[in-house]
Write a protein that binds this ligand. Structure first.
Ligand SMILES: *Cc1c(COP(=O)(O)O)cnc(C)c1O
Length: 236
């Protein structure tokens, strides 16, 4: 078998073990933390290999890329999330194709999702993406706009807010990183306690290849792992 397939198999097994350990260490059970394979730039044969190794959740960044690859993927038992920045004019193309959009970072984007979900007679599941480090170069909602944004989105009848997502800044040390993860966890818990209509804080999506264990220890229940499964990305 091609070496790359063997590597993917080993990596999925290794990471799943690490996730399980971190889940237990954080006082939860293995089933409480979901393992997403991030598939941007990855060829369908390798994504299918990861699916054969037990991956049941994938994340793609770009609408066009996902639409181009999806027919080649074995998705019957796989949940699909959009995790990359979404432009309003692409909502129409993706809304019926994925199970959840993790990257909602404005009321105007939510409005377009609401409009398209209503047209399709469906409820769109979303996470609100937070720019937890307040970085100018990053997408994601400013922390101090979170409450009012969730309040506005919760009025939208065809949207169900399922939780929060973040990509923290690159940190010098794990203490600094934990500060951002803890901040997200606290937001998640506070909003959950409010019990608003159409808002169920079920998913806290944080942690990637370099920091998924740390994120789980801070309360993440969905980690998004790309290069640690598939190797370095090659952008064409
Ligand atoms: C690319 C990407 C990931 C995965 O990054 P890795 O470091 O390769 O694990 C996770 N989340 C988002 C939003 C991404 O764009």
């Amino acid at each position: 078998m091609e070496e790359k397939f063997l590597n993917i198999r080993e990596n999925v097994k290794f990471i799943q073990n690490k996730i399980n350990e971190a889940a237990v260490k954080s006082g939860r059970s293995e089933k409480d933390v979901r393992f997403m394979a991030v598939t941007k730039t990855v060829d369908p044969v390798y994504i299918n290999c990861a699916i054969d190794c037990g991956i049941d959740l994938i994340g793609e960044n770009k609408v066009q890329e996902f639409l181009a690859k999806k027919d080649a993927l074995k998705l019957e038992k796989v949940e699909k999330h959009l995790i990359g920045h979404l432009q309003s004019n692409k909502v129409r193309k993706i809304i019926t194709e994925v199970d959840l959009i993790q990257s909602v970072d404005s009321v105007s984007l939510a409005r377009e999702i609401e409009r398209q979900a209503e047209k399709n007679n469906m409820t769109a599941n979303i996470l609100v993406e937070i720019n937890v480090g307040g970085e100018e170069s990053k997408t994601g909602l400013e922390k101090n706009l979170l409450r009012e944004t969730i309040a506005e989105i919760s009025e939208m009848k065809h949207i169900a807010v399922k939780g929060l997502m973040t990509i923290p800044p690159i940190c010098e040390n794990s203490g600094e990183l934990r500060k951002f993860f803890n901040e997200m966890y606290n937001l998640f818990i506070d909003i959950r306690a409010e019990n608003s209509d159409n808002v169920s804080m079920d998913i806290l999506s944080m942690g990637m290849s370099g920091d998924y264990e740390e994120a789980i220890l801070c309360g993440s229940n969905l980690v998004r792992v790309g290069s640690a499964i598939f190797g370095p990305r090659i952008y064409k």
